[in-house]
Design a protein around this ligand. Structure first.
Ligand code: SF4
Ligand code: SF4
Length: 439
């Protein structure tokens, strides 16, 4: 089997055995739900409901705030309690529409499409836009925008990202194993938009069962193939994936479309399938609840807006105290100080670890071993960049291509001196981006 990959990267303990064999279970929250108006890149959604309104599951409660934005849909039936600021997983606050869940799960009537092949490209994009589909791999970029590149005829690859290279996460794995037909159908819809493209379902070779299942499923699909990838972090990062499969490179000022590619995560492709074929908006996602502190690590099919605390309870709670709780994976996720935050369209996991190895380890002086340089998938010099960040030397940081950092964390992971390289570089990147905005 030919394996596709990139240069650099690391092989952290993957912890996937904790939850990988646990099938997806639907979770029905009991308490109120909070729908953040910013769950995507772009303008916040604008609420179209008011306190006291009764809403149904599948009903739009906030409309898109512009073209680069996405509407929000209620995922349960109930009554709007109000619109108020709520904590987000990254520790910020954001306005949220609060719905008191009546536990009835009354749902609007959807209009499925029996003949998706008869839809025009405009009709497909409109359905995806109206359903509020955004990139569910983390970025939350509105999918209808991604599927509207300037020169669609130049797109020759649709890459479905099934790498799931972040340790501990198994939601994409379960989705590919349990509902592979939805992945294939969603990809076929996307291929309708790009006449010159072929579809590649890209899967790391630590998921041989998914590779086998999907390969068999696309055997008679001339425009689709499965691409097995070498298991290595961050294989699923957009730039690494594009390079591994096509040999093409993009930098931070380019879009995948500049390399003839559209990259969509597994759950996003399924959301496209639901939007176009079933007529259903995006209002659920699969979340992995895992870590050595969790009683029963699980994968849940969760209504957007559910409180993280309910996720943890559904997994049996904590079996031992958690020193570190993360939204997402251990490499790129966000440490949480309060888990009363709502699940959004981009939530992938709740990870509870009994030991926080990072905060326990002592930082010492750099020994110039060069491990961070070898591990960096962007071929940067993390030591220098971190030093420029510490000294706030923006010009030098830019001259050494600091903005090309994809914040993967590989440099911090391999550093024997436990230097917080990625964190320092990330802070400087934030400053540069803020300064650019001001200008
Ligand atoms: S410098 Fe950035 S891209 Fe390179 S390893 Fe560190 S975090 Fe990853
Ligand atoms: S890995 Fe750590 S110790 Fe080694 S060169 Fe990089 S910063 Fe220095």
């Amino acid at each position: 089997m030919d394996l596709f990959t990139f240069k650099g990267g690391v092989h952290p303990y993957d912890g996937k055995e904790l939850s990988k064999d646990n099938p997806i279970k639907p979770l029905k929250p009991k308490n109120e739900l909070a729908y953040l108006v910013s769950q995507h890149i772009g303008a916040p959604a604008k609420p179209i409901v008011a306190k006291g309104d009764r809403v149904l599951a599948g009903q739009m409660i906030a409309e898109a705030g512009g073209f680069v934005s996405a509407p929000i849909y209620a995922s349960v039936s109930g009554t709007v309690k109000g619109i108020e600021p709520r904590l987000t997983a990254v520790g910020a606050t954001c306005n949220a529409i609060i719905v008191e869940n009546d536990g009835l799960y009354e749902t609007v009537k959807y209009t499925p499409c029996d003949r998706p092949e008869s839809l025009s490209k405009e009709e497909i994009r409109k359905k995806i836009q109206e359903a509020g589909v955004v990139g569910m791999g983390g970025a939350g970029f509105p999918t209808h925008v991604k599927l509207t590149p300037k020169e669609p005829e130049k797109i020759d690859y649709i890459l479905v990202n099934g790498a799931e290279c972040e340790p501990y996460l198994t939601s994409d794995y379960r989705r590919m194993l349990e509902e592979p037909e939805k992945v294939v159908e969603g990809l076929k819809v996307i291929l309708q938009l790009f006449d010159n493209a072929k579809g590649c379902i890209c899967i790391e070779n630590n998921k041989p069962d998914c590779i086998e299942k999907l390969s068999a499923m696309v055997e008679n699909e001339p425009r689709i193939e499965v691409k097995p990838l070498k298991t290595k972090y961050p294989q699923g990062a957009e730039r690494m994936l594009i390079h591994a499969v096509t040999g093409r490179s993009i930098n931070s000022s380019m879009l995948p479309a500049d390399a003839g590619c559209v990259v969509d995560n597994i759950d996003t492709v399924v959301a496209v399938y639901k939007a176009v074929i079933l007529g259903q908006p995006l209002m659920h996602r699969i979340v992995t609840v895992t870590g050595d502190a969790v009683e029963h690590p699980s994968n849940f099919y969760v209504p957007v807006g559910t409180d993280f605390q309910e996720l943890l309870e559904a997994a049996g709670g904590l079996k031992k105290p958690a020193e570190k709780i993360i939204s997402g994976g251990p490499m790129m996720g966000f440490a949480m100080f309060d888990i009363h935050v709502p699940v959004t369209k981009t939530t992938s996991a709740l990870l509870c670890m009994s030991k926080d190895d990072v905060s326990r380890s002592e930082t010492t002086a750099c020994i110039n071993c060069g491990k961070c340089v070898s591990a960096c998938p962007e071929h940067l010099l993390p030591t220098k960049l971190a030093r420029f960040s510490e000294h706030k030397e923006e010009d030098k940081f830019l001259a050494y291509n600091g903005m090309e950092c994809c914040e993967c964390g590989c440099c911090s992971y391999v550093c024997p001196a436990k230097r917080p390289l990625a964190q320092d570089i990330k802070s400087m990147r934030k400053i540069v981006l803020a300064n650019r905005k001001k200008k």
